[in-house]
Design a protein. Structure first.
Length: 214
């Protein structure tokens, strides 16, 4: 039985690897067609990544309006510079690099204007609580726990807002997006070791800030 299970697992792994290879080949074809001037091929790439790009921009900026602007600008830049893509990294890493750089610029502008990075606004200018939109059936049976969760979320957002733009970017890409430090380093045009050191500083600052709130 164990042998049969191992055999089945091996076939599943082989099938998954084959599917990934096929997907990469299709994406490579789309990129080459887009580089040759095919708008349809580029639109297919947009459809493949548009939700991830918008979600990343929304999470990193905390603003629906800014996220939509960055989403549009990111794909405009990708379309303009698709000819410069050299297949040295995945298209996923390349488009995420564009998005993170745009988000960094936006966060730096906020710092310059001394805006509160913890405030989340929608297109109408009203404040919204992104955490409140996350479903948690258990919270509705325990109002006290729900209130504690919201307060903690607000404290975390306030603490994140006190980090430098690059520290916040690395922390969120690592812990919220689940990206590897090597990938984060590539996105931010730096090394894995530098990204690791930045993450260490960000984590140390957050722990200190949140400890004061207990």
């Amino acid at each position: 039985m164990d042998g049969a299970n191992r055999g089945s697992s091996g076939r599943d792994d082989a099938n998954a690897a084959e599917e990934r290879a096929h997907s990469r080949a299709l994406e490579t074809d789309l990129i080459r067609e887009a580089q040759a001037g095919s708008r349809a091929a580029f639109d297919a790439l947009v459809r493949q990544y548009e939700h991830q790009v918008l979600r990343l921009a929304l999470h990193l900026t905390g603003s629906e309006h800014d996220a939509e602007d960055i989403y549009q600008e990111a794909f405009l830049k990708a379309y303009r510079y698709i000819g410069n893509f050299r297949f040295e990294c995945s298209f996923y890493t390349w488009i995420y690099r564009i998005v993170t750089n745009l988000c960094l610029d936006q966060l730096r502008r906020r710092k310059t204007r001394r805006e509160d990075n913890a405030v989340v606004v929608d297109r109408s200018g009203d404040e919204i609580d992104l955490l409140a939109s996350v479903s948690d059936d258990r919270s509705f049976s325990n109002p006290a726990r729900e209130l504690d969760r919201k307060l903690l979320g607000e404290q975390i957002q306030a603490a994140l807002g006190k980090l430098t733009p690059r520290e916040r970017m690395v922390f969120e890409l690592k812990h919220y997006q689940g990206l590897r430090l090597r990938t984060i380093g590539e996105m931010l045009h730096t090394t894995e070791e530098t990204a690791k050191n930045t993450l260490f500083r960000a984590t140390k600052k957050l722990r200190a800030q949140l400890a004061e709130l207990r």
